[in-house]
Design a protein around this ligand. Structure first.
Ligand code: BGC
Length: 366
């Protein structure tokens, strides 16, 4: 189906009032933190958000959920945030219930484009506007896409691995994300665009990890490692979970810390691995920024207004252009782990627990 940017929405009584916490009639309140409380009596429209799972990355529950809740609370908009637990049918049921409950805007992190597109089509039929959060739904009908620049994420990973490997000849294994996740394609393309330019590197194995499953990633990496006779000098792992899986196998082979491994999400575990030297880098994507961007777009849609975008993203399935807000990811190495903590991405006490206290102190993190 064709994307329509001009979806006509039933105006939301009360939403704009709830958004202007200080009683001004002026709309366009795009800032947060006004301290208004959700759920004014006029009953602002409810926004539904469906997160994908709890296993492919800890980010969804530990970073996105609290950031989303905070962003919607700050805007005084009621949000129903649920998690599909890795089950596309469950996501469909949650979406049906949310639509039945009268959400006016529905944001999803799809588990695959097909089920995501079906959810969006049903929502549109009920006059509910949809947003792709973090993952683009190919062939979908979302009005907006809110994410980070995922090609840049891959480029940072590629460059990070190159920085850790240096000029020597090196054999690289790629552990890519789920084949059903458009982001995984972009991460891999971004990384290849950097590493393929360097003629001292050879790809000795590359595989996508279904559903970003960390356990399966360990099995896959073990197979690739064995097939390469253990002659692996660097691992381009698409996120911290997959990186951790590769590190566990490298540990068994006595190679952890000697073979650089990349990651993404700046999770507590990923940052600890960066501090201890078993992981060469991770990519930080502020959940606060992404959640606030989503809240702004959702509110604009609910008000029948256009949201501010940074550009468009091409849906490779039909070449349609989706108005997008793409944020800037940040590369994290041992030198700037503290940036993630300062930005509130993770807590120092979580990263610097137990054995990591000394590593944090050495890295100037308190
Ligand atoms: C997200 C990553 C995440 C991965 C697994 C991707 O779509 O952009 O941040 O690590 O999914 O959940």
């Amino acid at each position: 189906m064709k994307r329509k940017h001009s979806l006509v929405l039933v105006p939301l009584i009360g939403l704009s009032m709830a958004l202007t916490a200080c009683g001004s009639d002026d709309s366009g309140s795009d800032d947060s933190g006004t301290g208004s409380e959700g759920g004014g009596d006029a009953g602002p429209g409810k926004v539904g958000v469906i997160l994908p799972d709890t296993e492919s990355s800890v980010r969804w529950e530990s970073a996105d959920r609290p950031a989303l809740q905070a962003a919607f609370d700050a805007a005084g908009v009621e949000a129903d945030i649920q998690n599909a637990e890795g089950d596309a049918e469950r996501m469909t049921q949650i979406a049906d219930t949310m639509i039945g409950d009268g959400v006016t805007v529905l944001a999803i992190v799809n588990l695959d484009s097909e089920s995501g597109a079906a959810i969006q089509e049903k929502a549109a039929a009920q006059g509910v506007a949809t947003i792709d959060y973090d993952r683009l739904t190919l062939g979908g009908s979302a009005e907006y896409y809110v994410s980070f620049d995922n090609t840049v994420v891959g480029e940072l990973q590629g460059q990070g691995l190159a920085d850790c490997l240096g000029d020597k000849e090196a054999n690289i294994v790629y552990l890519n994300g789920s084949p059903t996740d458009n982001n995984a394609t972009l991460f891999s393309e971004g990384a290849h665009s950097v590493l393929d330019e360097m003629d001292n590197y050879t790809v000795v194995g590359e595989q996508a990890v279904p559903e970003w499953d960390n356990e399966e990633a360990a099995t896959i990496f073990q197979q690739l490692y064995t097939a390469a006779d253990g002659k692996v000098d660097g691992v381009l792992a698409a996120n911290d979970g997959l990186g951790g899986a590769a590190i566990s196998i490298l540990e068994g082979a006595g190679q952890a810390g000697k073979v650089p491994v990349t990651g993404q999400d700046a999770t507590v575990e990923g940052l600890q691995n960066v501090l201890s030297g078993t992981q060469c880098m991770t990519v930080y994507k502020s959940a606060t920024q992404e959640a606030e961007a989503l809240a702004e777009v959702a509110i604009a849609l609910a008000n029948g207004e256009d949201a501010e975008t940074t550009g468009t993203t091409v849906d490779s399935s039909d070449d349609s252009e989706v108005p997008s807000i793409l944020l800037e990811p940040q590369s994290i190495t041992k030198d700037n782990v503290g940036d993630v903590i300062e930005d509130g991405g993770v807590k120092a006490e979580d990263v610097c627990s137990g054995d990591f206290a000394k590593m944090c102190a050495d890295a100037g993190i308190s």
